[in-house]
Design a protein around this ligand. Structure first.
Ligand code: 2P0
Length: 335
């Protein structure tokens, strides 16, 4: 038996991906940009194994065997086998694959678990099969946002223009340790599974949200401006674009029919808290962003972390206001 084990962290988007123009190849309607967290925080850990005795492909997620190996995983297997290197490689074309994956955070609670999971799977398989070169496009076949977790630091998923998806890949915006003062605080409002999954939700938004069509025109400029803000370490501009993009994404969810609402009262209280804090400081010190769930991700600089953590603990104590967990992280290098 040959096995490989890897870990991969989640990423938190500041320019959101929401919509596909090709469902099979997972080609997005707009480019997106995120920070990948460090390995110690929110991460998936995956072991892949091949052995001549395996009769079928199998998968275990958080200790439980999945009934079927999904079409997306089969797409990932097919693409990996196609690119299999020759040297010291397993008999990739014929041997069946077993996958064992676990997350150290709640699955499907809007914390990008699929991004970490698929990035980890693809990275592990690429080691097992000696795949050389670009692999973010293979991760994209598993889950769109997963392609961004292949790299550390700030990463752009460039939507690309080719119909085969070969240029729809992730690229690092800057080197891994470019902005070490940047911190991320994840406020877990709920660890329950979300009611509308991202894949299904974005499908309906593409079908009937007119705001989504408008957003496609808006995003290129936002990507350009936030990239410059990251390179210049201009936190105020970075934060403003991040909050506006989160708000626009959730506005699209409400503009979808029937509407999708991921935010809860506690999420909205966190938004008010951040704006009041920034007003009080007379400067933008904290940015919020929310994915397809009620949990808040706050971006802030290290110098403001102690004050913000203590205020969050004061205003959102776990026993009263429903924050189940607060996790501190940083966008840093993948090892
Ligand atoms: C993002 N999200 O950019 C956005 C923000 C959710 C809100 O990427 O269908 O799980 O597997 O490609 O990658 C969630 O979408 O969807 C997502 P699929 P995915 O992080």
């Amino acid at each position: 038996m040959k096995t490989v084990t890897c870990t991969a962290p989640v990423n938190i988007a500041v320019i959101k991906y929401w919509g596909k123009k090709d469902e099979d190849l997972i080609l997005p309607t707009n480019s997106s940009l995120s920070a990948t967290l460090g390995q110690d925080e929110l991460r998936a850990k995956t072991t892949v194994a091949v052995d001549s005795s395996f009769k079928e492909d199998k998968m275990w997620l958080n200790g439980k065997e999945e009934g079927v190996v999904s079409k997306r995983i089969q797409n990932v297997f097919r693409e990996t086998r196609k690119r299999k290197g020759n040297q010291d490689s397993v008999d990739g074309l014929n041997q069946k694959i077993h996958i064992c994956s676990e997350n150290n955070f709640p699955t499907a609670a809007g914390l990008a678990s699929s991004a970490a999971g698929y990035a980890c799977l693809v990275y592990s398989l690429s080691k097992l099969f000696n795949v050389q070169g670009e692999i973010s496009d293979i991760a994209r076949l598993g889950s769109g946002s997963a392609c961004r977790s292949i790299y550390g630091g700030f990463v752009e998923w460039q939507m690309g223009s080719l119909s085969d998806g070969s240029d729809s890949i992730a690229k690092q915006v800057t080197h891994d340790h470019h902005w070490p003062e940047m911190c991320i605080l994840v406020l877990v409002v709920s660890d329950q599974k979300k009611h509308t999954g991202s894949t299904q939700g974005m499908q309906i938004s593409v079908q009937n949200s007119t705001l989504l069509q408008k957003r496609i025109e808006i995003v290129p400029n936002r990507i350009k401006n936030i990239t410059k803000a990251i390179i210049d370490k201009d936190f105020v501009t970075f934060a403003e674009i991040t909050m506006k993009d989160s708000n626009q994404f959730h506005a699209i969810c409400l503009d979808t029919y029937p509407p999708i609402s991921y935010l809860t009262d506690v999420s909205r209280q966190i938004i008010s808290f951040v704006h009041q804090f920034n007003d009080h400081c007379q400067q933008t010190k904290v940015a919020y962003t929310f994915d397809a769930g009620p949990n808040a991700c706050l971006y802030l600089l290290e110098e403001d972390l102690p004050r913000v953590v203590s205020l969050v603990n004061h205003y959102f104590p776990p026993q009263n206001n429903g924050l189940t967990l607060t996790i501190q992280g940083r966008p840093v290098t993948l090892q």
